[in-house]
Design a protein around this ligand. Sequence first.
Ligand SMILES: Cc1cc2nc3c(=O)[nH]c(=O)nc-3n(C[C@H](O)[C@H](O)[C@H](O)COP(=O)(O)OP(=O)(O)OC[C@H]3O[C@@H](n4cnc5c(N)ncnc54)[C@H](O)[C@@H]3O)c2cc1C
Length: 356
Amino acid sequence: MSEQHNIIIIGAGLSGLYCAWQLQQKNQDVILLEARDRIGGRILSPEYNKSHFDMGPAWVWPQLQPRLNQLMSQLNLNVFKQFTSGDMLYEKNPDETERYNSQSSHSESYRIEGGSQSLVNALQNKLPESSIHLNTLVQKIHKDDLSIVTLQNGKVVRYSANKIIFALPPRLIQQNITFNPALPEEINNTWKSIPTWMSGHCKILFIYDKPFWREQNLSGEVFSHYGPLSEIYDGSPEDEKLYALTSFVGLNAHQRKQINNEQLITSCMAQLQRLFGDESQNIRDVQIKDWSLDENTTTETDLNSPIQHPQYPADIPRHFWNNQLILAGTEVAQQHGGYLEGALESADEAISLCHI
Ligand SMILES: Cc1cc2nc3c(=O)[nH]c(=O)nc-3n(C[C@H](O)[C@H](O)[C@H](O)COP(=O)(O)OP(=O)(O)OC[C@H]3O[C@@H](n4cnc5c(N)ncnc54)[C@H](O)[C@@H]3O)c2cc1C
């Protein structure tokens, strides 16, 4: 026996959730199957003392991102400006740090109040609880009856649909989902060639009671050639009940495997001491999210993550099996691939391919 629905969406990240909400507004019978025990995918803003800190995406650019802008206003979400007042630091080596007066690469960036998680939480609240099936890992798709084989807490559970929307990175589909009959080799190769944006990265957050860097007329923004942190920003929440420095680790996923978290944090603390002085050592908490270790985002191929934002190909085939399989997810967005806006753009394209 299998549970039957008109449209089944695989992946409850931003793309899948937005797709589900749009389709429900068109009175479609739609459910989401999600491998993790939580929604959001790459969006992750854990709570610490009632404040939320972004361990995945943090920045939005409402003036350049029309879908995201509209969605945030529909969901009554507010943005606040990324803190960039003060000087930026450039660490050339441990003995040489340059200070740049009032410069920032993020003077036009905004963050979402309550963290990016507010976006997916608000979408979840719009959907019936029964439409999101967590802990449901999709493993196989059969063409003859368009059935989906999933693993739910060690048990095989089947679904069937009239259409299936894949709202997850193409590399994950290629690596983890079997198609019967197999898709052409050309499609597999194309999917494998599309990098999953930011999947090889590691973010570390340092939470403080006081913004000591602001008191030194520093914005908190740092670029370092030496590391281990290559980029640091002010990651304080909008209510400023607590403060934070948020950072990206410069070591790649392979280099990070050679050391443990304790060693990594010790050398990060030494770097913060060099850059900001003694007060940087009074951390209240430190949080680490290494996306390269997360199998629901990252494949082996993604461990060699691109440093620059990839140019996603415009000609990725978006539908298969007589339009019964449709692709969404930010990596297949033509204009804003990789970004939150791309997750929405690809969902809109997938919905238009449903011809409802
Ligand atoms: C560290 C970091 C920083 C970033 N910074 C920014 C930023 O500042 N601004 C910005 O615009 N973007 C940023 N991004 C990118 C942004 O997070 C993504 O564009 C967006 O979240 C992608 O959404 P998605 O729904 O397409 O994919 P995902 O969020 O990856 O969702 C895919 C979902 O599919 C699920 N899934 C996977 N395999 C299966 C399976 N077999 N069965 C069922 N479910 C499955 C996953 O668990 C996941 O929930 C950042 C990403 C990271 C990791």
